[in-house]
Design a protein around this ligand. Structure first.
Ligand code: FAD
Ligand code: NAD
Length: 461
């Protein structure tokens, strides 16, 4: 039955940007409606961050068991035979986690008294949309429509050519997987599928893998790929896929073929700006993204935009932070989006974490830059993470010792991102870090040691 809803806040999109904005707005007593045409949780919970980490975890388990079943069971644990993989069951287990989170988001929105309307919103003007038979008129609109995978014209998704969404739902392990794009998704999933036993070839247009991270940080990942038989072709573009072969072209114009049963195309994501009436809302654009100021206001009064829709970094925690902030601003709080640093983590083998400035970033004045190798950290040894060339690095200003950037590459270093972000956000100096007792044995001691080394006083190296 046709219905018109009037509300204070309308959130479009139930991903980590939109659902967090909705919950916060509801908690602050704002009359809030959230619309999503898909399952609550967005890209992140349904077909992104969480499902990919579930598959990565399963791949880690499989790899460990494969090692244990080999003759040299070097940790002293062995299995009678190699482990068996039922990828269909792994995908089902992953879906169980997704279902749990999807239900959790619904319950949290309900508790915050947010009305959820299922369906695709289509705007007729900046403050009015329809969702099926329902018309929604809002004082404030928060746009959080997220992003979609970029499709290459000569490699359209379908059949054996999959995006990350398809790669997370494969019914069986491909014997040979070709990955186009050695960025976050290509390497996180490419490495996972290698660990599960697929033959993996990665094709990257840039001159090196993970071009958004500095080379020192990506070297241990490149070493892992080499050691584990993943062929990496850089400076190469994919041209097309037919009859089980991916055609590629090198910088010299030479063409060749890679045999593959499946092709994962992961060459970036684009903001979801089309098909729902954005063009009629009168908001300015910033290239392909919606333009916002440091409060996530668009050029149209009362229309806000957050998350992947507004630009890089396209990360879930950035989307959520913006969503929370916008809800507070609408409720009358004074807020701005000006983080010192947004942590970035790549769940490769080994993992990479980067917060703040790196060695290639321009800084006025002199800097101190020191690293500490995991080879000298007891905890890393017990995690079998001391021999992959990994390290933790601290960059600080020479004059007042204030930290500018912290990075690490190594097994399980993603869990250090919180301490790194805290240090930068609190304006910590080298002495703030070296004055803190770090628990033993933990990887966090490596951060402490790297900070000590910036002033030449490392203890364990
Ligand atoms: P989204 O999560 O994309 O949500 C947008 C929502 O809006 C969707 O649910 C969609 O259905 C809905 N929607 C769109 N248009 C309409 C409309 N017209 N009407 C109604 N509803 C609409 N980030 C990390 O930080 N860490 C990770 O480890 C990580 N891993 C990832 C792994 C993969 C494979 C992928 C693909 C992404 C990953 N990301 C990761 C990125 C992360 O998923 C995104 O940055 C994040 O989901 C963006 O949140 P968002 O709320 O802006 O948009
Ligand atoms: P990406 O930007 O990380 O990597 C894309 C890669 O594809 C780049 O290295 C690029 O040089 C390469 N490329 C572009 N065109 C190409 C072509 N024609 N042929 C070969 N290579 C080509 O993009 P992604 O891996 O698709 O991930 C999308 C986004 O999702 C990320 O940028 C990130 O914001 C988010 N994400 C984050 C995480 C995380 O936080 N751990 C994990 C997955 C995804």
């Amino acid at each position: 039955m046709a219905e018109t809803i009037k509300c204070k806040v309308l959130v479009v999109g139930g991903g980590p940007g939109g659902y967090v904005a909705g919950i916060k707005a509801g908690q602050l007593g704002l009359d809030t409606v959230l619309v999503d045409g898909d399952r609550l949780g967005g890209t992140c919970l349904i077909r992104g961050c969480i499902p990919s980490k579930a598959i990565i975890h399963a791949a880690d388990m499989f790899e460990e068991m494969t090692h244990a079943s080999s003759k040299d069971g070097h940790v002293g644990i062995s299995l009678a035979g190699p482990p068996k993989l039922d990828l269909g069951k792994t995908v089902k287990w992953k879906e169980g986690i997704v279902d749990r989170l999807n239900g959790g988001v619904g319950a949290l929105l309900k508790r915050a008294k947010v009305r959820v309307v299922g369906g695709w919103a289509k705007f007729s003007d900046a403050k009015t949309c329809t969702v099926g038979d329902t018309t929604i008129v809002a004082e404030n609109v928060i746009l959080a429509t997220g992003s979609d995978p970029v499709e290459l014209p000569h490699l359209p998704f379908g059949g054996d050519i999959v995006s990350s969404t398809g790669a997370l739902d494969l019914p069986a392990l491909p014997k040979r997987l070709a990955v186009v794009g050695a960025g976050y998704i290509g390497l996180e999933l490419g490495i996972a599928y290698r660990k599960l036993g697929a033959e993996v070839t990665v094709v990257e247009a840039a001159e090196r893998i993970l071009p958004s991270y500095d080379k020192q940080l990506t070297n241990p990942v490149a070493q892992w790929l080499k050691k584990n038989g993943v062929e990496v072709l850089t400076g190469v573009k994919a041209q097309g896929f037919a009859k089980g072969a991916l055609t590629i072209e090198g910088a010299d114009g030479k063409k060749s073929e890679i045999k593959a049963d499946k092709v994962l195309v992961a060459v970036g994501r684009k903001p979801r700006t089309q098909g729902w009436g954005l063009e009629g809302m009168g908001v300015d654009m910033n290239g392909r993204f919606v333009k916002v100021d440091d409060q996530c206001r668009t050029s149209m009064r009362g229309v806000w935009a957050i998350g992947d829709l507004v630009g890089e970094p396209m990360l879930a925690h950035k989307a959520s932070a913006q969503g929370e902030m916008v809800a507070e601003i609408i409720a009358g709080h004074k807020r701005r989006f000006n983080p010192v640093a947004i942590p970035a983590v790549c769940f490769t083998e080994p993992e990479i974490v980067s917060v703040g400035l790196g060695p290639d970033d321009k800084v006025t004045g002199e800097v101190l830059n020191a690293s500490f190798p995991w080879a000298a950290n007891g905890r890393a040894m017990t995690l079998e993470g001391a021999d992959d060339g990994g390290f933790v690095r601290v960059i600080a200003r020479k004059d007042d010792h204030r930290l500018l950037g912290i990075q690490a590459v190594g097994r399980k270093v993603s869990e250090l991102s919180g301490e790194f972000a805290l240090a930068l956000e609190m304006g910590a100096t080298i002495e703030d870090i070296t004055g803190i007792i770090h628990a033993h044995p933990t990887l966090s001691e490596g951060f402490f040691e790297a900070a000590l080394r910036t002033v030449g006083h490392g203890i364990h190296v």
